[in-house]
Design a binder for this molecule. Structure first.
Ligand code: ZN
Length: 509
């Protein structure tokens, strides 16, 4: 056993108590939310589960002490644990050892990075104007890494012409004003895009021992999302590994996102007084369907789907006018996916006019198809309006589905028309089917081996937008929602890694 050394602590490095404090703050945040959640609600149960998860993960006291080697950790910890409980608590021991290993690695990382700064200093120039800096000595700053906190001493300089101080070594190390290492930012983005910030905070600690309070995850995920949003507009390169092999499917859809009241002030909506509580997030998803299921129906190729979404205007572009923000988004995504090379473009939508106008404008030769799932939803709602929950409703609906599937649009329109004078719902429904009948030639589309009701569009909107932004109690700002959408779409489209590669190459430059 190696002799016990005192840990190489820097007077400015954070004490273990601070890490413990962060944990207590996370716990307190959970307890507060539990108190606020309605009694017996699913949300309350979920929060309680998170709390118990977090409580089970608390760091044993023993792990605060640093030891120089793995063997000594084992010896030192194993013995008292076995003695105290008369049995080996494998889980607790594993966690405690992991914590210490991380702590040791943080110290190694700290000294390596400090060495790197001394040995290979970056040019002592202002990053903004390139002029030489006036030296102002060294300054320490603590950064959160995935191993814990590390304190780095970097040269501080002052630019006389910009009248600003800066740390010329930070850029090369990938350090920014957030005070979080690239890996911590990467993980905060990944977890923050997947679930609400409080849950992300708990899971990130349980899975990776990274202590980030809810608010910090929120800040990191949002600023990362803003960078990704900007990156998405600037990088519109064709993705060579996803060139279209067959027809390229482009789906568009929209869904309401609950907003903070200041974001909906003065906007018309579905509330009783005519106001609105939501804003529509619009989404495009692009995929291929060159494989077939057992019934010979084309299904989406695994890994072929990519997404892009935002709360932004899709007002239909008139000829010669500027494209809407959403139309530009569609254009960028289609360029990345090689729409220009596709032998056939199929646009699938729910029937909303902005979708067909955008499609007509950007893809004049495309085949437009109404998502059969949506068309049937209209018929189902009408059957309910006409016959309530009676067996007649079911029978009527079933007959209309058949007419739709068989392409008997005249029969379908005639049947709906019978009720049009008495029921406004029937009149609306008739208009919908009349306006879209050219896009409902199902037998013809099927004969051509095309996807007509993939559920991809519907499922995409539900999972990408709804699954993250529409949980109970959430109210978004437009910028916050758009940042999280940008982040989430990039991750779900398999583009998160390439974004980070670009970010890292900027640092290296
Ligand atoms: Zn300058």
């Amino acid at each position: 056993m190696s002799p016990r050394k005192s840990p190489p602590t820097d007077p400015t490095s954070p004490p273990a108590d601070q890490a413990q404090e962060t944990l207590l703050a996370m716990e307190a945040a959970l307890r507060q939310k539990i108190g606020e959640a309605p009694e017996g609600s699913e949300e309350k149960r979920h929060l309680q589960e998170l709390l118990s998860l977090l409580s089970g993960q608390k760091t044993p006291e023993a792990s605060k002490v640093l030891t120089p080697s793995f063997a000594s950790i084992l010896e030192e910890m194993g013995v008292p644990m076995i003695r105290s409980s008369r049995r080996l608590d494998f889980g607790a021991m594993e966690r405690a050892m992991k914590d210490r290993m991380l702590e040791e690695t943080a110290r190694t990382l700290e000294s390596r990075l400090n060495e790197e700064i001394t040995r290979h200093p970056a040019p002592f120039l202002c990053p903004a104007c390139g002029r030489p800096l006036q030296s102002k000595g060294m300054k320490s700053k603590t950064f959160m890494t995935s191993f814990g906190e590390v304190t780095l001493r970097r040269r501080y300089g002052f630019c006389r012409s910009c009248r600003k101080g800066c740390f010329p070594d930070d850029g090369r190390l990938g350090l920014d004003a957030t005070g979080f290492s690239p890996e911590v930012q990467y993980l905060a983005g990944l977890f923050g895009a997947e679930t609400d910030f409080l849950e992300a905070s708990t899971l990130l600690f349980c899975a990776a021992r990274i202590r980030l309070p809810e608010k910090q995850i929120e800040r990191l995920a949002k600023s990362l999302g803003e960078l990704i949003d900007q990156d998405e507009r600037e990088h519109v390169d064709l993705e060579p590994h996803r060139l279209p092999q067959g027809p390229l499917y482009i789906g568009m859809d929209g869904t309401g996102v609950p907003m903070q009241s200041r974001e909906t002030a003065g906007r018309k909506g579905k509330q009783k007084d005519g106001s609105s509580k939501t804003r529509e997030a619009k989404m495009i998803d692009i995929w291929e369907a060159n494989t077939q299921n057992e019934q010979g129906i084309p299904i989406r190729d695994p890994g072929s789907v990519s997404y892009s979404a935002a709360i932004e205007s899709a007002s239909c572009p008139d000829v010669g006018r500027e494209l809407s923000d959403f139309a530009r988004r569609v254009e960028r995504e289609a360029t990345r996916r090689g729409a220009a090379q596709a032998r056939q473009i199929v646009v699938i939508g729910d029937g909303a006019a902005w979708i067909w106008k955008t499609a007509e404008y950007l893809f004049p030769g495309a085949l437009c198809i109404v998502d059969r799932f949506h068309a049937k939803q209209h018929l189902s709602e009408l059957s309910h309006a006409l016959f309530g929950d009676s067996p007649k409703a079911e029978e009527w609906r079933h007959c209309r589905y058949e007419e739709l599937d068989e392409g008997r649009m005249d029969d379908l329109l005639k049947e709906i028309g019978i009720y049009a004078s008495r029921f406004p719902e029937a009149e609306q429904c008739r208009t919908y089917f009349q306006n879209n009948r050219e896009r409902m030639r199902d037998p013809e589309f099927r004969a051509r081996g095309l996807c007509t009701s993939s559920g991809v569009v519907e499922a995409g909107c539900k999972s990408i937008v709804g699954g993250r932004l529409k949980k109970s109690g959430m109210h978004w700002s437009v910028s916050g929602a758009n940042a999280i959408l940008a982040l989430r779409c990039t991750i779900k489209s398999g583009r998160y890694e390439s974004f980070w590669e670009r970010k890292a190459s900027q640092w290296a430059a």
